[in-house]
Design a binder for this molecule. Structure first.
Ligand code: HBI
Ligand code: FE
Length: 297
């Protein structure tokens, strides 16, 4: 298996356009096959984001990255990270080709397995690529799997996803929005300010700055129903970031059975990504400057 191209088995027409769907197989991390360029790409991204995130990412993210002993010297080995994870929260990383069908992804999370793409982006993709690569998954998602309450939330999310898959497409859309506005693009109140915990943000140079410092986006207090109704952006920075007070707040929100919630939300219209609604706890009302006018999903 060379470390140049992931094996795409097919493309699938979805509501997000024509996206590659990968084999659902779990693969061994081909660590010996990473090239010097691969390791250098890891080093460049790691050093840039680590410096940028000091004072911007939440304490738990910074501290847990150090607990793993991640460094710019080389792409971390999944086996090394798994030793630390197993002792701390029982999570394990499994290598995958890339995006998984939703039910397969949910089933991994429900069993405390986090799927990590085995290949890393090309140097020319340093600032953006459309799908999660090793850097996004390892640097972005893995540190918080050492945070016990967040690790519980991720498993609860996976279990909810497996159930939602049985309920239907509407429920899946609601859950995907929850993942998007928390795990991928969430902010948390900490030390008198706002800090980042979302993986999609911490693995992006521009958005790590934009989400906290730009006047353009809304920053609104976490509300489960509100988030499940709110559309989001795939190809631009988010128009709205939701803010939790603690990881316990996330975990508490996912305790009840979501079925009644899905039924309640199904009767209500979805909310455009940039809207501010009556009843929102508004930390910052965005100016909206530079926003795309279409393309909310
Ligand atoms: N597959 N490997 C991988 N990683 C993800 O983050 C991922 C996925 N499949 C589906 C998915 N995320 C999202 O649709 C979640 O909201 C389920
Ligand atoms: Fe992700």
């Amino acid at each position: 298996m060379n470390s140049s191209e992931p094996r795409r088995i097919e493309h699938q027409q979805t509501d997000k356009g024509y996206v590659p769907v990968y084999t659902t197989a779990v693969v061994e991390q081909p660590w010996a096959s990473y090239s010097r360029t691969d390791h250098r790409t890891w080093a460049t991204l790691f050093e840039r984001q680590r410096d940028l995130l000091k004072g911007r990412a939440c304490r738990e993210f910074i501290e847990n990255q150090e607990r793993f002993g991640m460094s710019p010297d080389a792409i971390p080995r999944f086996d090394d990270l798994n030793e630390v994870l197993a002792k701390a929260t029982g999570w394990q990383l499994v290598g995958v080709e890339g995006l998984l069908p939703e039910l397969v992804f949910f089933d991994h999370l429900a069993n405390r397995r986090f799927p990590v793409t085995w290949w890393i982006r090309k140097p020319e993709q340093l600032d953006y690529l459309a799908e999660p690569d090793l850097f996004h998954d390892l640097f972005g998602h893995v540190p918080l799997l050492l945070e016990p309450v967040f690790a519980d939330y991720m498993q609860a999310y996976g279990r909810g996803g497996v159930k939602a898959h049985g309920i239907g497409a509407e429920a899946l859309v609601n859950l995907t929005r929850l993942y998007w506005y928390t795990v991928e693009f969430g902010l948390i109140r900490q030390d008198g300010g706002l800090r980042i915990y979302g993986s999609g943000i911490v693995s992006s140079k521009g958005e790590s700055i934009y989400c906290l410092e730009s006047p353009a986006p809304n920053r609104i207090g976490f509300d489960l129903r509100r988030i499940m109704r709110t559309r989001y952006r795939i190809d631009t920075y988010q128009k709205t970031y939701f803010v939790i007070d603690s990881f316990e707040q996330l975990m508490d929100a996912t305790r009840p059975d979501f079925r009644p919630l899905y039924a309640e939300i199904a009767a209500q219209p979805s909310i455009p990504a940039g809207d501010v609604q009556g009843g929102d706890l508004v930390h910052h009302r965005g100016s909206g400057e530079g926003w795309a006018t279409d393309g909310d999903v």
